[in-house]
Design a protein around this ligand. Structure first.
Ligand SMILES: [Zn+2]
Length: 396
């Protein structure tokens, strides 16, 4: 009996110790008051070419409800793409699948296909056709995720909900949209610069829905005819006009030349976010019985970044304009689905290196490196040592 009382006392001490320990831990690491409710819509925004430090470099110039709204949530700053080819295809596939290229198979934007004996693009698919109207497919080849070997977040959401969740992906680039959407996406749309309109592929649909045809018919690029790209007054280190399209005599607008110019301006983000809002409204995202997913990959930042480099006033202005375009998008999103019903994640498919000119100017390295020079050096070295190669292959 005495022994049993002793054991009970020990047990009580352990329980008391556990309670104290839990309370202490809770005070150090407060637990959430309640598990957050299921969102009606998850939006993953991927900015093409957006190093993490832009959020700090340009933060003093951000408005209240653009990037700052996202920065009020959780922020992970130690994320890395632990592979060599940091480009759009692999980046989007990695983000969408949570796997690296050795698992998801998208090892580059393009690669050599041994069975076809030629270079292939990561989303090209000769078995599909482009869908550019609400009447039916065009004759040009479309795109699909047939090279993607893993499931995406969207695929998993679709399967987990018995295919009730709706998944839509939007981008200016086909590979960014296709790889973000995954295999089972309900709809994937990207932008065709030559026509200035949003298109899809027969992999997803046989004809564009009427709302997309209507959006295209209103000529989203047309609203920018005659408009130059001018620095915002608050963009640091920038002023005046960056570029202005000069139409030829009697040249209609928008035409392919104008569309090409517009493509490398931050206005493309406004067009794309307008399209994303139209997709939310018309595809009824966030209105169904399961959590829906919309991925938006903003490509204009990459076009501007490649043309001018990460420390250029053009990139500064594009980043500030992206901030304002997102603020506007969030306001409209609040009026449709309601921000309380949406979870938003922001990431990038890759960062960017400084331009060779910047590297030389600041003594950061040797500057320009040409692929042709490397190829010539390798060729010369191989040609100068043929004997050694023959000796090796001839040996038993
Ligand atoms: Zn990219």
């Amino acid at each position: 009996m005495r022994r049993r009382s002793f054991l009970v006392a020990i047990l009580l001490l352990i329980v008391a110790g556990l309670i104290i320990s839990l309370r202490w831990q809770r005070s150090r690491f407060p637990l959430p008051a309640a598990v957050p409710h299921r969102p009606q819509l998850v939006i993953v925004i991927i900015i093409d070419q957006f190093p993490n430090d832009y959020l700090d470099r340009f933060r003093p110039y951000f408005v209240a409800r653009g990037f700052n709204m996202l920065l009020s949530g959780a922020r992970f700053t130690t994320c890395r793409y632990n592979y060599a080819i940091n480009s759009t295809g692999p980046g989007h596939a990695t983000l969408a699948t949570g796997a690296y290229a050795d698992m998801h198979g998208i090892v580059g934007n393009d690669w050599f296909d041994r069975s076809l004996a030629r270079m292939v693009n990561c989303v090209e698919d000769a078995n599909t056709k482009i869908v550019a109207t609400d009447k039916g497919p065009a004759d040009s080849p479309g795109a699909s995720p047939h090279y993607l070997m893993n499931t995406t977040l969207g695929d998993e959401l679709r399967m987990a909900s018995g295919f009730q969740a709706r998944v839509v992906a939007v981008s200016l680039k086909d590979r960014a949209a296709v790889l973000s959407g995954g295999h089972t996406a309900n709809a994937v749309y990207w932008y065709q610069t030559a026509s200035g309109s949003f298109v899809s592929s027969t992999y997803y649909m046989s004809a564009l829905p009427s709302w997309v045809a209507k959006f295209n018919a209103h000529s989203p690029a047309g609203g920018y005819c005659g408009k130059g790209w001018q620095a915002l007054p608050e963009t640091p280190g920038a002023q005046g006009t960056f570029s202005q399209f000069a139409p030829g005599r009697g040249e209609p607008c928008p035409d392919p030349r104008f569309l090409e110019w517009l493509n490398s301006t931050p206005y493309m983000n406004e067009i794309e976010l307008d399209f994303a809002l139209a997709a939310i409204r018309n595809e009824h995202l966030g209105q169904g019985p399961a959590t829906d997913l919309l991925t938006i990959s903003l490509s204009a930042n990459d076009y501007v970044g490649h043309a001018f480099g990460p420390y250029s006033p053009q990139v500064s202005d594009t980043t500030l304009r992206t901030d304002r375009a997102l603020a506007d998008f969030f306001t409209k999103l609040d009026q449709t689905v309601g921000l309380g019903n949406v979870w938003i994640a922001l990431s990038a498919d890759h960062g960017v290196a400084p331009t060779p000119q910047f590297i030389r100017e600041h003594h950061l390295g040797l500057g320009l490196f040409t692929g042709t020079g490397l190829k010539d050096s390798i060729e010369a070295a191989l040609v100068s040592r043929p004997k050694r190669f023959e000796e090796k292959t001839d040996s038993p």
